[in-house]
Design a protein around this ligand. Structure first.
Ligand SMILES: Nc1ncnc2c1ncn2[C@@H]1O[C@H](COP(=O)(O)OP(=O)(O)OP(=O)(O)O)[C@@H](O)[C@H]1O
Ligand SMILES: [Mg+2]
Length: 410
């Protein structure tokens, strides 16, 4: 897919593209009769756009197919803009697919560039008829489970938990996306090993993916390590763009890594994706648990469901003995779950306890989630167990806000 590199903040449209042309030929021997156009198009339907992950035939990217009497096939493929970083891949994949059709003696792939009108049509196809700027996950009937990972205090492991849950679910075959909703303190791309830049088709942003997880973060739009200095409305707008303008495709699960506390972003999430369920992360420490409970309680005001609590840094397995060293005390996860159960009047479970593990920290620094590099380590298996509980829940309307207010407020 031809795309424009997104150059600055999430904003601004593509394109305006000079003509680009590429060529590839193949001369595998094959016997007559000459292939039919239907057979060639069927082969082209097996070629996915490398970024959108849908067949190029569905995306209006096949401009023409010409078949000579000698079995030679000339295919012209539309890129959305010139300078497409994927043009080599597309050319190779088309060549390979067409070469496999019986009777094909030679394959020539030429590349052309879509017109503005064709790009608009493609963007409309990707949106699936949905109005521009609508958030697909907030639509009634959306089957994507959305989990917002929240905490009271900073540094308790929200991002580590988010990234590892995402990687574990993707490894289980789910289609997973992560929004790094921590605009000031973005850290997800590094932890997930996502060093690609987003690309843009019209006003749709194609998220990079890593370890099978699609991810978007403000850090992908800022030069170097430049800080983001925005007030609430801009944060809201960025989050809205991440949700509405990014082409997520059909996700099973979307995880939102929130900043710590009960600030603007938590409120924006509640407004933009009211059916997002809150996953509270805390350490075992009393003080952290109290703040986590406060952060979770915001769900009562926003009518969001709390899916459960994850206790992180639950002890350090002693490297010299079999003992567990309770570096941050004990019981915080259960205390938060009990407190939130009382506040919400529902049962809020502790979904798991993740021990302190150097491999988890190293994996975060290196962009290689511990659930993949060391899935059976204590931390890896604890997170995989939580992922199983969240990912294994029925795809559907669970957690969907009914928009009703309890008569008795707490
Ligand atoms: N179970 C763990 N074992 C070892 N190190 C951990 C564990 N959980 C998190 N860490 C480390 O603790 C630090 C903070 O974790 P992380 O960034 O995930 O927390 P956070 O809640 O997202 O922080 P912030 O509030 O700043 O966004 C990181 O260096 C991370 O690697
Ligand atoms: Mg974080």
């Amino acid at each position: 897919m031809a795309v424009t590199r997104v150059s600055s903040a999430v904003f601004g449209a593509g394109v305006g593209a000079p003509y680009h042309r590429g060529m590839a030929t193949d001369t595998s021997a094959a016997s007559s009769p000459a292939p039919t156009e239907d057979a060639v198009r069927a082969a082209l339907a097996t070629v996915d756009d490398p970024e959108i992950h849908r067949p190029i035939t569905d995306l209006g990217m096949v401009k023409s197919v010409e078949i000579g009497d000698d079995g030679s096939v000339a295919v012209t493929v539309y890129l959305t803009v010139s300078g497409c970083p994927m043009r080599e891949t597309i050319t190779e994949n088309v060549t390979r697919a067409v070469r496999g059709v019986a009777g094909v003696t030679d394959v020539t792939v030429s590349l052309d560039v879509m017109s503005d009108e064709q790009r608009r049509e493609l963007a409309a196809t990707l949106r699936g008829g949905q109005a521009e700027r609508e958030i697909p996950f907030a639509r009634p009937g959306s089957l994507t489970r959305v989990y917002a990972i929240a905490s009271g205090k900073g540094g308790v492991g929200k991002s580590s938990v988010t990234v590892n849950l995402a990687a574990a679910m993707a490894a289980d075959g789910l289609k997973v996306g992560v929004v790094d909703a921590d605009i000031y303190g973005h850290s997800v791309p590094r932890m997930l090993g996502a060093d690609g830049r987003p690309t843009q088709v019209e006003n749709m942003i194609m998220p990079p993916s890593a370890n099978g997880v699609k991810v978007i973060s403000i850090g992908m739009f800022t030069p170097g390590n430049a800080p983001v200095v925005w007030r609430g409305p801009m944060l809201h707008r960025a989050l809205q763009q991440f949700l509405a303008d990014v082409y997520w495709g059909d996700l099973d699960v979307l995880l939102l890594d929130l900043p710590p506390g009960t600030g603007d972003i938590a409120i924006s999430v509640a407004q933009l994706v009211p059916n997002a369920e809150i996953l509270v992360v805390t350490t075992p420490q009393q003080a952290a648990a109290e703040v986590a409970e406060r952060a979770g309680s915001i769900a009562v005001q926003t009518h969001q469901k709390i899916v459960g609590v994850v206790e992180n840094m639950s002890g350090l397995p002693c490297p010299h003995c079999d003992e567990m060293v309770d570096v941050f005390g004990t019981g915080g996860g259960q205390r938060v779950a009990d407190g939130l159960s009382r506040t919400t009047g529902t049962t809020v479970p502790v979904l798991g306890s993740i021990p302190i593990d150097v491999r988890l920290r190293e994996g975060g620094d290196e962009g290689r989630p511990v659930v993949l590099t060391d899935p059976d380590s204590p931390a890896g298996s604890a997170i995989r167990s939580v992922a199983g509980k969240l990912g294994g829940r029925q795809r559907g309307l669970a957690g969907m806000s009914l928009g009703i207010t309890p008569r008795n407020k707490f």
